[in-house]
Ligand binder design. Structure first.
Ligand code: C2E
Ligand code: MG
Ligand code: MG
Ligand code: MG
Length: 276
């Protein structure tokens, strides 16, 4: 009897696994097709300098409107793309599109820093640094306008290889920031060895400001750590004036969030940069 039940449980799990596998494969296929059909778009969210109140830069965020599947959030498809490998061509497209847009704004007289997200698998490609250099050269913009947002997952593998790449990127003149800082599994020791310019305080630490005592302590510590190591610091997910006022009081350099603007399509972002 026990044996019988065990077997049917097994069959049940096997079926669940197949469904999981199938939808992943379908997703991978759909993502590669979306790339071919040019269904991906980049939206841009302003990053505001707290001292001047000016838009210092923008973060490029991918958007996918599929003919059949509708709008699919990057929070849902990026992790699948990371697993399937589709993130490599998608990431390449993001980089080229973001840098081309930066060149477009630069030509229009807007010296705006362009940040984009880089996945671990994309970063690990042997030709990654050359690809960045080539995209910047083709676009003809100062490399200092380009910022790569890396997560801690990029920094925990193969330390020697990672260090070489980060130093090459830094030599190139692009800046490097750590996204979702404080939520990963890495140790702080990488801050000592890697040429990181900026920390992005994760939204989860900002959400309950200005009231939550623990979050105040964590955010204060991150800002002090960043400044003591000559890095800049930006807070993501800023939605209220109360959050902004506290961040300003704590000496945070930049903010990004719905209080200012969500990510916008390029034409709307252009309008925001140069109001008619
Ligand atoms: P992330 O890089 O940490 O981006 C911040 C996310 O927070 C974005 O979600 C943004 O729209 C959202 N956000 C910004 N301000 C606020 C706010 O005030 N309140 C709230 N609740 N949310 C805010 P999005 O665009 O859905 O992207 C989710 C994640 O997907 C990103 O997190 C990033 O990890 C990934 N992602 C997005 N685009 C790309 C891409 O081009 N390449 C890669 N590798 N990952 C990407
Ligand atoms: Mg990011
Ligand atoms: Mg982030
Ligand atoms: Mg985040």
């Amino acid at each position: 009897y026990v044996k019988e039940r065990g077997r049917s449980d097994f069959r049940f799990y096997q079926k669940q696994m197949n469904i999981g596998l199938l939808s992943r494969m379908k997703m991978d296929h759909a993502m590669r097709q979306a790339l071919d059909k040019q269904l991906f778009r980049l939206h841009y969210q302003p990053q505001i300098d707290l001292r001047s109140g000016e838009i210092f830069g923008v973060e490029a965020l991918i958007r996918w409107r599929d003919e059949e599947l509708g709008d699919i959030s990057p929070a849902r498809f990026i992790p699948i793309a990371e697993e399937s490998g589709a993130i490599v061509p998608i990431g390449q497209w993001v980089m080229r599109t973001a840098i081309a847009q930066a060149a477009c704004w630069y030509a229009a007289g807007q010296t705006l820093r362009m940040s984009f997200n880089v996945s671990a698998l994309q970063f690990q490609q042997t030709n990654f640094v050359d690809g960045v250099a080539e995209a910047i050269r083709e676009a003809g913009i100062p490399p200092s306008l380009v910022e790569l947002e890396l997560t801690e997952s990029v920094l925990i593998r193969d330390a020697e290889e990672t260090l070489k790449k980060l130093e090459a990127l830094s030599q190139l003149g692009v800046s490097l920031s750590i996204d979702d800082f404080g939520t990963g599994y890495s140790s702080l020791s990488y801050l000592k060895r890697f040429p990181i310019r900026k920390l992005k305080i994760d939204r989860s630490f900002v959400e309950d400001l200005p009231h939550d005592e623990s979050d105040i302590a964590i955010v204060t510590a991150i800002i002090h750590l960043a400044h003591a190591m000559k890095m800049r610091v930006i807070a993501e997910g800023v939605e209220t004036a109360g959050q902004r006022d506290l961040l300003m009081q704590l000496g945070c350099d930049e903010v990004q969030g719905y209080l200012y603007s969500p990510a916008l399509p390029p034409d709307q972002m252009s309008a925001m940069l140069a109001p008619a």
